[in-house]
Design a binder for this molecule. Structure first.
Ligand SMILES: Cc1ncc(COP(=O)(O)O)c(C=O)c1O
Length: 416
């Protein structure tokens, strides 16, 4: 290697420039479902590489050098594999972004993004409406280990409140909408406008809605974060994460962080995810219609104090949710039962069909108790602000017959 030549493995760091055109996918001519089936691999066009109808699983983590100084691409499975490349292209095409880099989990993707974009002394603006492991990164890991500050906006429903927290050291605005576990809906377009006016890019965590219902980049977002482990894979058989965004940022993350600290999703998991994505929009439609039936049922139940579901007409951001989520509202909800923690424990111990387990977005209905399992690190005041009551049950509505789920809820609520 000549003295001034840059090493293949290191890439320039990406910096956001609001004057540059937004890095979104150009000339998209096919519909969402066609992209879910074809993006990244086509049996005819890919025939010279792989004569196969189905994208192949290339279960190899290293790739041969033809000659001493000709670096193969892919070179090593921490950064790229052929199967993973198909998945990354498919996820970028579905979200409408330029490029995608996967990782071993959604939490790792979040870590990689912040670790790549922010330096000690910088800050990130977000709200308390975020998933538990994200909150732990924001409240303890990054501030303590990296001196990166996280600012939780006071009124996430007001774009001005987001703008108020931004200063010259803000590297990123991070929105999760609808949020886990209380389904708070943030106005993506308005917050993007507020952040961009101050020269700061916006990342939207699209895990609970998925691109089948909500495409943040079409609303102004610069980066999308996904936990593949939830609705994208859809049945708790894969753990993985993805970041979609401008190609220089994606390659910055891949080569300057993933290469040294973690790994992209593994070939088998990438291949399984590709199969599951083929039915994503159909599954999301059924999750959404089932969830609406159950939310209406729970809302009328005397032992239920509150239901958080953006599909309900009296959800505070129902209209906004309907606009940004293409008229559907997803499969995740939460509800507060009478009797606080004891009431929640009775109900959850009594379920016969609904399974008590960590995760959501599965084809089988699943429930979980956020105050003790995912959001236990928040202070009681923070939990109160985020709406995480002791009697809160997170409920991920599956694809079962809704009548059977109503039966299970009814007999379990009777036990309070
Ligand atoms: C909204 C959201 N984003 C990201 C993640 C992280 O995903 P993973 O479990 O793949 O680390 C989660 C996990 O609960 C989540 O709820």
């Amino acid at each position: 290697m000549k003295k001034d030549e840059k090493h293949f493995f290191l890439r320039d760091h990406w910096t956001y420039d609001p004057r540059e055109p937004r890095a979104v996918r150009e000339n998209v001519t096919t519909g969402f479902d066609t992209r879910a089936l074809h993006a990244g691999f086509h049996p005819l066009r890919s025939r010279n590489d792989f004569p196969s109808f189905v994208p192949p699983i290339v279960q190899s983590i290293t790739f041969p050098y033809e000659t001493f100084d000709k670096i193969p691409c892919p070179v090593y499975g921490r950064t790229r594999t052929p199967t993973n490349t198909v998945l990354e292209e498919r996820l970028a095409a579905l979200e409408g972004g330029e490029a995608c880099v996967t990782s071993g989990s959604g939490s790792q993707s979040l870590f990689n993004l912040i670790f790549t974009m922010a330096d000690p002394g910088d800050n990130v603006v977000t709200s308390l409406n975020i998933f538990g492991e994200g909150y732990k990164q924001a409240s303890s890991i990054f501030p303590r280990k990296c001196n990166i500050e996280f600012r939780f906006v006071k009124d996430p429903g007001d774009p001005g409140s987001w703008a108020d927290e931004i200063d010259g050291k803000t590297r990123l605005v991070w929105i999760e909408t609808p949020s886990n576990p209380c389904l708070f809906v943030t106005d993506i377009k308005a917050v993007c406008q507020a952040a961009h006016a101050k020269g700061v890019p916006v990342m939207v965590d699209n895990t609970t809605a998925t691109a089948a219902l909500q495409r943040p980049m079409e609303l102004g977002a610069d980066i999308v974060l996904l936990s593949i482990s939830k609705f994208i894979a859809g049945n708790a058989t894969v753990i993985g994460g993805a970041l979609i965004g401008p190609e220089p940022l994606v390659e910055d993350i891949r080569w300057n962080t993933n290469e040294f600290l973690g790994s992209i999703i593994q070939p088998m998991e990438a291949w399984m995810t590709l199969q599951y994505i083929e039915t994503l929009s159909m599954r999301m439609a059924k999750h959404s219609s089932n969830a609406l039936i159950l939310a209406n049922y729970l809302q009328g139940h005397p032992k239920v104090e509150k239901v958080n579901y953006p599909g309900l007409k009296d959800h505070p951001q129902h209209d906004l949710a309907s606009q940004q989520m293409n008229g559907q509202h997803g499969g995740l909800m939460s509800f507060v039962v009478e009797g606080g923690m004891e009431g929640a424990a009775r109900v959850m111990n009594s379920f016969e069909t609904i399974v008590h387990a960590v995760t959501f977005g599965t084809s089988r209905s699943i429930c979980m108790h956020p105050p003790t399992i995912t959001h236990e690190h928040m202070t009681p005041q923070e939990r109160a602000i985020a709406g995480i009551d002791d009697g809160l049950i997170r409920f991920s509505v599956g694809l079962e017959d809704p009548g059977d789920l109503i039966g299970d809820l009814a007999q379990a609520l009777d036990k309070i």
